[in-house]
Design a protein around this ligand. Structure first.
Ligand SMILES: CC(C)(COP(=O)(O)OP(=O)(O)OC[C@H]1O[C@@H](n2cnc3c(N)ncnc32)[C@H](O)[C@@H]1OP(=O)(O)O)[C@@H](O)C(=O)NCCC(=O)NCCS
Length: 166
């Protein structure tokens, strides 16, 4: 085969397999979220009061919550400057999502894209977007955007792997 044609073919195969793996990770999250909840319902949220599941929101007017989301007990969402949580997002217990951080005066909307997951005891700082299907490891401190389909861990959180197959 001509080397140019070979290059083009392998590019096509690579792009096709990327699309398949992206679809697989989407399907995995969708299936798991829908398995966990036979009957997902939008929680009742009041400023500074624990929800039925014992997570807490400050400034709930700034929060957009997608369906089949799962937020663990003792997680705090400070939505003063906006928090957008898309469908099928999972947040572990004891996390903190800050759109406003009084210690260093940082402020900015936080976006958790569809089907991303945040491990227990992690903090997400103002202005950060966590990409679709990405995973934040337990006990991480996220100060920068996380690209889609990426696992990040640590303080501060750094990428350790791409989610090629789940
Ligand atoms: C991040 C995570 C998804 C990675 O899982 P994984 O893909 O199976 O990765 P591995 O366990 O093979 O770990 C890969 C590397 O990352 C490190 N690592 C894994 N999780 C880490 C974390 N949370 N913080 C720091 N480093 C971590 C491992 O030590 C390993 O390092 P090495 O290659 O130097 O040995 C998982 O460890 C995690 O933190 N899950 C969150 C679970 C959770 O919070 N559950 C409760 C809420 S439902």
């Amino acid at each position: 085969m001509h080397s140019q044609t070979r290059k083009e073919t392998s590019c096509l195969v690579l792009s096709f397999s990327k699309q398949i793996s992206h679809y697989c990770s989407y399907l995995y999250g969708y299936t798991m979220a829908h398995k966990r909840f036979n009957k997902w319902e939008m929680p009742h949220i009041e400023h500074g009061k624990p929800t039925k599941w014992n997570w807490l929101v400050l400034y709930p007017d700034g929060l957009t919550l997608g369906s089949h989301t799962d937020i663990g007990a003792y997680t705090l969402l400070v939505a003063k400057h906006g928090i957008e949580i898309e469908d099928e997002v999972q947040i572990g217990s004891h996390c903190a999502i800050y759109s406003y951080s009084t210690i260093d005066g940082k402020a900015g909307k936080v976006v958790l894209k569809k089907n991303c997951r945040v491990g227990t005891h992690s903090s997400v700082m103002p202005g950060v977007t966590i990409g679709e299907n990405s995973i934040v490891g337990a006990h991480s401190f996220v100060i920068k955007d996380v690209p889609p389909n990426t696992t990040v861990v640590g303080v501060p959180a750094k990428p350790i792997k791409k989610l090629n197959n789940l």
